[in-house]
Design a protein around this ligand. Structure first.
Ligand code: BES
Ligand code: MN
Ligand code: ZN
Length: 490
């Protein structure tokens, strides 16, 4: 898909011009200009009363004797719009046009009023929404979806430089989201830890700024990553931890920002096995790693002038005769011991060793991203990612990026008092606490392994994928992470 920015001009031909109409059907600035340029075709059309301007309502008409072949009216409801309403409008446009023979679309939507957002964001969200709407995963279907003929969207703009920048940023975010979705949707018999490592290596061959190293189980044993290895022991598919190093800071010794993604390519629960309902969705337990992968892709596409390290902590949690068990005591890479009370709380056991491992990079800061707890889904639902950190300034930066990118997160508390819930009679820590505050105690568990750097934890259990008829990965929180890194670059 191509995108372009151009100033308002009806002489140039296009296959379709798209104009937004609010519910009161008074003409916007662009609509007025269009109306004048078309001998009041638009106002005559609106006079029929057929088109009401309800949010995401569409009316596609063919326009003989005009420089454009079609005119698409899209309803915008009431001004000002919020981001979700705006994205719905764009989605309606794409859905109306995607199965037509339209190739070149001219969007005259820059006069829509989105609350607290300028033209830059209107273009960003439009492209992100276009990409989202056209996304389809049919890798494993015998009959593939028909390719759309849509080829190019042009945004009319009064600030071409800003619009070009928005196009560039949005395309990178959209590509990162798409890559994250593809790997997350991939079935667990194909997407195993070795597959994640292959993807990490592909980034190395594709970008000169990226070098990837793979840590296998033998090396993990040498590093004393016993906790990570314990989770992997019940699986026939060996664990691999991929280290994707992106170096592009003007000062090559600049401290890196480190992203650590939980990469459980399947989480059966292990010996504390999960109920079978919806267990297929535990292929998405590598959503954190998928988002790190997608973000590295976006960063490399944007050539951001920073140093970033992405870690994909690939592993599979299965029950077999060699599997780790409840009651086992593991000595983590940090030296701290953990009593396993539930083998289904495996993510934190993989992450604690990965988080100790990354100390060697002397990071500026570390963010781990994990589908860590069902409790986070109970608390926040599928709208907000849970954010946990003890560093208020870091929290501020992440919340800011989250708001900018329209990728919601909610800050959860981390008082020291929660630590009591993880007491064990036999080891330094238990791997689970009581049911109460499960998303927080999971974060608290990790905090015991991140004392040597600035750290935040994103629990994406509720946001990494959708269930039901529209089951599929969301690519979240690639927009948030990429925005955070864009902000860090300027
Ligand atoms: N991957 C799951 C968390 C999860 C569950 C994410 C459902 C999305 C939907 C994680 O490994 C897990 O099983 N966590 C347990 C922890 C519990 C045993 C303390 C959970 O949330 O039930
Ligand atoms: Mn689990
Ligand atoms: Zn899990």
């Amino acid at each position: 898909m191509k995108f372009c920015a151009k100033s308002l001009n009806f002489e140039q031909s296009s296959d379709c011009v798209v104009i937004g109409i609010y519910e009161n059907t008074t003409l916007s600035t662009n609509a007025k200009k269009l109306d004048e340029a078309t001998a009041h075709y638009l106002s005559d059309l609106l006079k029929t009363g057929d088109f009401k301007g309800k949010l995401a309502e569409t009316l596609l008409v063919h326009t003989p004797n005009q420089p454009f072949t079609r005119l698409l009216l899209v309803g915008c409801g009431k001004a000002p719009l919020n981001e979700t309403q705006y994205k719905k409008i764009i989605k309606a446009v794409v859905q109306t046009l995607k199965s037509t023979t339209t190739q070149h679309i001219h969007l005259l939507l820059n006069d829509l009023e989105i609350k607290d957002r300028n033209e830059y964001w209107a273009v960003r969200f439009a492209i992100e929404s276009i990409s989202d709407t056209l996304y389809n995963y049919d890798e494993f279907k015998s009959t593939k979806a028909e390719a759309t003929q849509l080829a190019k969207f042009c945004f009319n703009s009064e600030n071409l430089a800003e619009t070009e920048k928005a196009i560039q940023h949005a395309q990178a975010v959209a590509l990162g989201v798409k890559f994250a979705k593809n790997v997350a949707n991939c079935p667990p018999n194909v997407c195993n830890p070795a597959y994640l490592a292959e993807l990490a290596k592909e980034l190395d061959s594709e970008y000169s700024q990226i070098s990837t190293t793979i840590v296998d189980e033998t090396q993990m044993a040498e590093l004393k990553m016993n906790s990570y290895l314990a989770v992997s022991r019940g699986s026939e598919n060996p664990a691999y931890m991929s280290i994707i190093e992106y170096k592009n800071a003007p000062n090559p010794d600049a401290k890196p920002i480190v992203l650590v993604g939980k990469g459980l390519t399947f989480d059966s629960g292990g010996i504390s096995i999960k109920p079978s309902a919806a267990m297929d969705e535990m292929k998405y337990d590598m959503g954190g790693a998928a988002s790190v992968y997608g973000t590295m892709k976006a960063v490399a596409e944007l050539q951001l002038p920073i140093n970033v390290i992405g870690v994909l902590a690939g592993c599979e949690n299965m029950p077999d005769g060699n599997a780790y068990r409840p009651g086992d005591i593991l000595t983590t890479m940090s030296g701290k011991t953990v009593e396993v009370l539930n083998t289904d709380a495996e993510g934190r056991l993989v992450l604690c060793d990965a988080l100790t491992y990354v100390e060697r990079f002397e990071p500026e800061c570390v963010i781990d991203i994990a589908t860590l707890t069902g409790a986070c889904v109970v608390g926040l639902g599928h709208i907000n990612t849970g954010l946990l950190s003890k560093d208020d300034q870091f929290v501020e930066q992440l919340l800011n990026a989250s708001k900018q990118a329209h990728d919601y997160t909610w800050h959860l508390p981390m008082n020291e008092e929660y630590q009591d819930d993880l007491k064990s009679n036999f080891a330094d820590l238990a791997n689970v606490g009581s049911r109460a505050g499960g998303a927080i105690t999971a974060g608290i568990f990790l905090s015991n392994f991140t004392e040597n750097y600035t750290w935040a934890h994103l629990d994406i259990a509720g946001t990494a994928w959708q269930s039901g008829a529209a089951k599929g990965a969301t690519g979240r929180p690639v927009p948030l992470l990429t925005q955070f890194l864009i902000n860090k670059s300027s």
